[in-house]
Design a protein around this ligand. Sequence first.
Ligand code: PEP
Length: 258
Amino acid sequence: MRQKVIAGNWKMHCTIPEARRLATQLTKRLDKKPAPKTRVIICPPSTALSAVSEVAKGSAVYVGAQNIAWEEEGAFTGEVSVKMIKNAGAKYTIIAHSERRKYFNETSNIINKKIKTALRNKVKVIYCVGETLDERQNNLTKDIVLNQMEWDLKDLEVTDLKNMMIAYEPVWAIGTGKTATPEQAQDVHSFIRDIVDTIFKGSPASKLSILYGGSVKPGNAEDLLSQPDIDGALVGGAALDAAGFHKIIQASEKVGKK
Ligand code: PEP
C-alpha cells in the first residue's frame, strides 16, 4: 500500500506570526484521534520553519522546506542549506518546483545535485515535474516529463526512491484555477510510474507516492485523489486556508487504499 500524502506549499507567504497562526489552526483540526493515515506536510518559507516546527511538534503534521541549496555549506550568499532546514525542523524539501525552474533557472544539473544533497542528509524529497501549456498543446507532455526525469534523477539508486515522492504539476494548472481533469492527471501519473520502473530496477514504482499539484481545492480533491495512480496532492493557494486544506486531507482520508 502506498503512503497517501497531502503537502502544502505556502510559497512566499506568511511572516513568522502568520505562519505560527496558520500551523496552529491546522494542528488543532488534526488533533482528534485517530491520527490521519495521510501524511500531512506543510512547507512554510524558510524564515518560519523553526516556528512552524515548534507548533507541529507532537502533532500529525510534518514540516518541509520549499527549496535547498545544492551545496552543503560555503560562500553562497542568500542560500539556505539542507543542514539549516533540517536543524529548523524540516524532514522534507520540495525540489524542482516549476517556479524554481522558471524564475530561478534551475536546470537538471542543479536539480540533480539538490536531490542528492537532500538525500545524503536524510531529508526526504518531494520532486516536481510538469509541462507548460504550450508543451501540452503541442502534445509534448510525456516527452517533457520523461526528459525531466531522465536528467534530474541521473545516477540515483533505487533505494533513494524510498525517501522520495514525485509531484506531477502541470505548469498551466499551478495558481491558475485551471485543474487537469482526473483523467488527464491519471494518464500522466501512470506514465510517471512506468518511467520510474524503466529507469530503476526492481519495479519500485508500485510503492512510490505520486502526488498531483495544480489548483487542487476542497471541491476537486476527491475526484483527483480517487484515481488509481494519484496518491496525494501538492497544494499551493488552498494550503493557506486551514479549513480548506483540512477538507483536502479529509478527501484523502476518504478515498480507498491503493
Ligand atoms: C504549487 O505551488 O505547487 C501549486 C500546486 O499551487 P496551486 O495549488 O496554487 O496551483
